[in-house]
Design a protein around this ligand. Structure first.
Ligand SMILES: C[S@@+](CC[C@H](N)C(=O)[O-])C[C@H]1O[C@@H](n2cnc3c(N)ncnc32)[C@H](O)[C@@H]1O
Length: 329
């Protein structure tokens, strides 16, 4: 089995967008290594914990959050992506309480490890969709650490805790549904669609098409969990890139340039026009409060917030739970 992280720990076969999955994974590992973490993830630790690049990113992330805690005088500045993941875990467990048999489709799955972490039972199958480079990288890493990939009777270091898992290499801005159906998804079984940290890497037209396709393949009792930049954050990030007032920080400008869209201001109207009824919409900052942790505000957003928040409102992320809109006949 090839080790795609290579000797230096870099991941040369991953595209820039797929690399963002490594960044959020590093943030989750940093959180897992802190006192009283929001989330621990032994499999993730094993999968990428040996990568020099990720270890360096984790170390930096831990140091930054510790420093921020000292500066702000708070006990716990939890990693954003761990709270996001924990929120999704809770929604899935809640859905499981009323459904024995369902499918979970994780779109832009990156290094999500839920099939090995969440005990949802044998009636649940999971489809991980990501770009081919990330899907192949993940399969390699899973095999390398002896995570179970299919239902067999062998003893694995990380057994599947659901009924079946498939990594499906697809581009979600293209015609992806036929490929997913071919992989086994049934349109007669309830689905929970999970899209965390994905929508802003596609333009609004592609995002809207994605929402409509998911709705078209859903039973009435299916569910969608999605996150997106709020309108203020997306608008501010794009102004910031072009704003001569700010010194050029190529890294952060490149990062914001990879964002292609944000959630329109009318969240429920936008979702409704693409086949979904909003059940709940919360800002990430509110969810952090629910989990009793203080949200880490990136230091490099301080200036951006100072300049744009008075006009645009709070720069934040939406977390939306929705159900398919009933079809009127
Ligand atoms: C920021 S990462 C989030 C990963 C994961 N959901 C998590 O929260 O850890 C974004 C992921 O979306 C994937 N992605 C972005 N655009 C995509 C597309 N058009 N088709 C499939 N996957 C895509 C990237 O490859 C990457 O793995």
């Amino acid at each position: 089995m090839s080790d795609t992280t290579g000797a230096t720990g870099a991941s040369p076969r991953l595209t820039a967008v797929a690399q963002t999955a490594m960044l959020v994974a590093a943030a989750r590992l940093a959180e897992a290594r802190r006192k009283n973490p929001v989330l621990t993830d032994e499999l993730l630790e094993a999968m990428i914990g040996s990568s020099a690049e990720v270890i360096a990113a984790v170390r930096q992330c831990v140091q930054e959050t510790q420093q921020q805690e000292r500066d702000d005088g708070v006990d716990h500045v939890a990693s954003f992506t761990s709270v996001r993941m924990k929120f999704g875990d809770c929604q899935l467990q809640h859905f499981r309480a009323s459904h024995d048999t369902f499918q979970i489709v994780i779109l832009g799955a990156g290094l999500d490890t839920r099939p090995w972490r969440l005990d949802l039972g044998s009636g649940v199958s999971v489809y991980d969709i990501d770009q081919p480079d990330m899907t192949n990288f993940k399969k390699d890493r899973l095999s390398a650490v002896d995570a179970q990939l299919q239902m067999d009777k062998k003893n694995h270091r990380f057994p599947l805790r659901i009924g079946g898992w498939k990594g499906v290499p697809l581009d979600l801005t293209g015609p992806w549904l036929p490929g997913l159906l071919q992989s086994g998804l049934s349109t007669d079984v309830p689905s929970v669609w999970v899209a965390e940290g994905l929508f802003y890497y596609m333009d609004q037209e592609a995002g809207s098409a994605l929402l409509r396709t998911m709705a078209s393949a859903s039973t009435p009792d299916s569910m969608l969990i999605m996150t997106h930049l709020n309108h203020a954050l997306f608008t501010a990030s794009q102004r910031f890139i072009a704003d001569r007032e700010f010194p050029t920080d190529e890294k952060i400008k490149t990062f914001y340039s990879s964002w292609k869209s944000g959630m329109p201001e009318d969240v429920s109207g936008y979702l409704a026009s693409n086949g979904w009824r909003v059940e709940s919409q919360q800002l990430m900052s509110e969810i952090h409060k629910e989990y009793g942790v203080t949200l880490a505000r990136w230091k490099n957003t301080t200036e951006m917030r100072r300049k744009y928040e008075p006009e645009l409102g709070t720069l934040d992320y939406w977390v939306v739970v929705a159900s398919p809109k009933p079809v009127v006949t």
